[in-house]
Design a protein around this ligand. Structure first.
Ligand code: HEC
Ligand code: HEC
Ligand code: HEC
Ligand code: HEC
Ligand code: HEC
Length: 211
C-alpha cells in the first residue's frame, strides 16, 4: 500500500527533530560536559589577596618586593614565609580581622611551615623560561602572560587537565584552541608566536627553550 503524503511529511519532520536533539545533545556534551569533566579543581592552601598587599594598600608593596630576581638573574618565584613574617611576625597578634590571616599565623608561621602554593603557569621540567629576558630585557608586563594579578582579592581556582597534567593556564581555556588573549594559553606555539612577532625568531630553535 502507498503511504499517504501526510504520513510521509510527518515522518521526515520527526527525523529532523531526532537529528536536532541528537546534534544539540552532542554539542552540550562536547562543549560543556566534557570540558567540565576534563579539569580537576583545587583551591590554594590560603586565600592570599594581591589587592590588599599592593602599592595602594596598607601593606604598600611593589610586585618586585615579593617576586624578585636573585643576583645571578634567576627569578625568586613566589616568596617563602620569611617574607610574610616581615609584617606578620607575631603569631599571637594579627594585623587585621580577616580569618585567613589567623590561618596564616596558626597553620604556617607558628609551626614554621612553608605554604604549598599551586603554580598556575608551571611548565614541564624540560622547558627553560628566563623571566629576566622577558621582564627586564624585553620590558614585558606581568599581565601579558599571567593576566591581571595586581587587582585580585582571591587567587584563581587552580585547574589541572586530567589527561595531560597541564594546568588550564598552559593548556588553554578554550577546548577548540581558539585564543582571545595571550594569557589564555602558554603552549610551545604561543611562545614561538610572540618571538616571531617581536622579531626574535632566532629564539625559536629547540635548544633555546629546552634543557
Ligand atoms: C606580599 C607578597 C606579594 C606581592 C607584593 C605580590 N605577590 Fe604575586 N604572589 C604572592 C603569593 C604568596 C603568590 C601565590 C598565591 C597566588 O597565586 O595568589 C603569588 C602569585 C603570583 C602569580 C601567580 C604565578 C603562577 O603562575 O602561579 C602572579 C602572576 C603574581 N603573583 C603576580 C604579581 C604581581 C603582578 C604583583 C604586583 C602587582 C605581585 N604579584 C605582588 C605574593 C606576592
Ligand atoms: C609589608 C607588610 C606585609 C607583608 C610582607 C605581608 N603582609 Fe599580609 N597583610 C599585611 C597587612 C597590613 C594586612 C592587613 C590588611 C587589613 O586587614 O587591613 C595583611 C593581611 C593579610 C591576610 C588577611 C587577608 C587579607 O588579604 O586582607 C593574609 C591571608 C595575608 N596578609 C597573607 C600574607 C602572606 C601569605 C604573605 C607572604 C607571602 C604576606 N601576607 C606578607 C601586610 C603584609
Ligand atoms: C613572557 C611571559 C611572562 C612574563 C612577561 C612574566 N611571566 Fe611569570 N611565568 C611565565 C612562565 C612561562 C612561568 C612558568 C615558568 C616555569 O615553570 O619554568 C612563570 C612563572 C611565574 C611564577 C611562578 C614561579 C615559580 O615557579 O614559583 C611567578 C610568581 C611569576 N611568574 C610572576 C611573574 C611576575 C611578577 C611577572 C612580572 C614582573 C611575570 N611573572 C612576568 C611567563 C611570564
Ligand atoms: C609576549 C611575548 C613573549 C612571549 C609570550 C614569550 N617570549 Fe620568550 N622572549 C620574548 C622576547 C622579546 C625575547 C628577547 C629578549 C631579548 O633578548 O631582549 C625572548 C627571549 C626568550 C629566550 C632567550 C633568552 C636569552 O637568554 O636570550 C627564551 C629561552 C625564551 N624567550 C623562552 C620563552 C618561552 C619558553 C616562552 C613560553 C612559555 C616564551 N619565551 C614566551 C618574548 C616573548
Ligand atoms: C619558544 C620556546 C620553545 C621552542 C623554540 C621549542 N619549544 Fe618545545 N616546548 C616549549 C614549551 C613551553 C613546552 C611545554 C608546553 C607545551 O607542551 O606546549 C614545550 C613542549 C615540548 C614537548 C613536549 C614535552 C611534554 O612533556 O609535554 C616536546 C617533545 C618539545 N617541546 C620538543 C621541541 C622541539 C623538538 C623543538 C624544536 C623543533 C622545540 N620543542 C622548540 C617551548 C619551546
Amino acid at each position: 500500500m502507498e503511504p499517504d503524503s501526510k504520513q510521509v511529511r510527518r515522518s521526515s519532520k520527526d527525523g529532523w527533530i531526532f537529528f536536532l536533539s541528537g546534534f544539540i545533545g552532542a554539542l552540550i556534551v562536547g562543549w560543556i560536559v566534557f570540558p567540565a569533566l576534563l579539569y580537576s579543581k583545587k583551591n590554594q592552601p590560603l586565600n592570599f589577596s594581591h589587592a590588599s598587599h599592593g602599592p595602594e594598600s596598607s601593606a604598600g608593596l611593589e610586585c618586585k618586593e615579593c617576586h624578585s630576581f636573585h643576583e645571578d638573574g634567576s627569578f625568586s618565584g613566589v616568596p617563602g614565609i620569611a617574607k610574610c613574617m616581615e609584617c606578620h611576625e607575631d603569631p599571637e597578634s594579627p594585623l587585621g580581622e580577616d580569618p585567613e590571616e589567623v590561618k596564616l599565623l596558626t597553620d604556617y608561621i607558628k609551626p614554621g611551615k612553608e605554604i604549598p602554593w599551586l603554580i598556575y603557569s608551571r611548565q614541564p621540567d624540560c622547558v627553560y623560561f628566563p623571566h629576566i629576558a622577558h621582564v627586564t630585557m624585553a620590558q614585558t608586563e606581568c599581565r601579558v602572560c599571567h593576566g591581571d594579578f595586581a587587582a585580585r582579592k582571591t587567587p584563581p581556582v587552580y585547574k589541572v587537565n586530567r589527561l595531560t597534567g597541564y594546568s588550564i593556564d598552559i593548556w588553554g581555556r578554550n577546548i577548540a584552541g581558539y585564543k582571545k588573549n595571550t594569557w589564555d594559553r602558554m603552549k610551545m606555539d604561543d611562545c614561538a608566536q610572540c618571538h616571531r612577532q617581536k622579531g626574535k625568531e632566532n629564539n625559536n630553535a629547540c635548544f633555546v627553550c629546552h634543557k
